[in-house]
Design a protein around this ligand. Sequence first.
Ligand SMILES: NC(=O)CC[C@H](N)C(=O)O
Length: 432
Amino acid sequence: MSAFNKAALMTCSMAMRSIATRPTLFDSEAPKAVPAALKLKSGHVFTGTSFGAPISSFGEAVFTTSLVGYPESMTDPSYRGQILVFTQPLIGNYGVPSQEKDQFGLLKYFESNKIQCQGIVVNDYATKYSHWTAVESLGEWCAREGIPAISGVDTRAIVHLLRDQGSTLAKLEVGDEVLENKEVVEFPNPNVRNLVSEASTKEVYELNPLGDVKIALIDCGVKENILRCLVARGASVTVFPWDYDFNQVMDQYDGLFISNGPGDPRAASKTVQNLTTAFKNPAPKPIFGICMGNQLMGMAAGLDVYKLQFGNRGHNQPAVNMQNGRCSITSQNHGYALEDSVLSAPGSVVQGWEKYFVNANDGSNEGIRHLTKPFSSVQFHPEAKGGPQDTEYLFDDFLNLARAEKLKHSQKPFFVAEPLSVPKKVPVEVIA
Ligand SMILES: NC(=O)CC[C@H](N)C(=O)O
């Protein structure tokens, strides 16, 4: 046997040993194949097999280029109303984790307590899964939550269509109705609903009440990891519904945070109005926004918002910091963007703001910031779950500003001068 063959044999037997010690692969799927189809409004139909709930649904078909993180993406409230197509061909191989919570009472493995997207489309569904956090398969989870899922379709062809014609309304059809080959006549558009109001909290609640700095957070559909990024850095966070007039309570807080959220940001016009008032405050508190937060702050500053052809969704989007030219690879999930060209135009009506970050792929806006006041926002997700965490420092920047703000108000002057007491006139007896 040659030295090469010996080495190959050794590598092979080592690989076999490591396979033998791996955790068991769970094969929980029933072999029964239920037909499913993804029908696009453009008339294109992709037929495959169902592996989720045996029901049909409608939504806006969008694609993500993320390689991992399907439990996080599917529970991200920003995907509400959307049918999510994964460009990563093999999905489901590490199963789905539990609803375990962390020390702050936040979900460890999900971005909200339910699947938010309307359905998922994958090329190859892994019927066998294995991971130390897994408690069920992706198919079981979808079925339990009433979310349809299709596999065995050419996701490359679907993504080509979505790229060329733009994100499109679609129906995910499951069951024998697929075989009847009936044309879908109506495709309800989720973006005409107020998805922000659907995703936002209905009640005010507080996290980490003993935190050293108090943040008011406007919930347009906030992700768990945004909350975690704030409380894990020592902040106390009070979460308010999207339309709450925070200007009434800002004297009790050191900073304001505007969250991510689903659908068309123009649906959250009430938040824009409240921000417009906040920007005029002569004693402004620090404000920071993420994704929809960036869009709402931009609109309050006077910028327009438009719909991107197919959106930026994935964990590999390059955002260039306009201050230092540094490019960070970021996690993103948005279909709308701020029209920021007026920010650099001479004599622009939008005064006082500058571009903060710009996307190196398509030049779209990735953030804005005020020239003199402590206001800034980014289109990408510094909390990135999943995705690269290179821009998490932005939470530190925001909380440093909020702490400085707190100090400004809590600091007593070193020496408090008492008003000089005027000596009382004491009648003086004149002794002759
Ligand atoms: N992640 C987000 O906040 C998304 C914002 C908005 N719904 C968009 O699609 O552009």
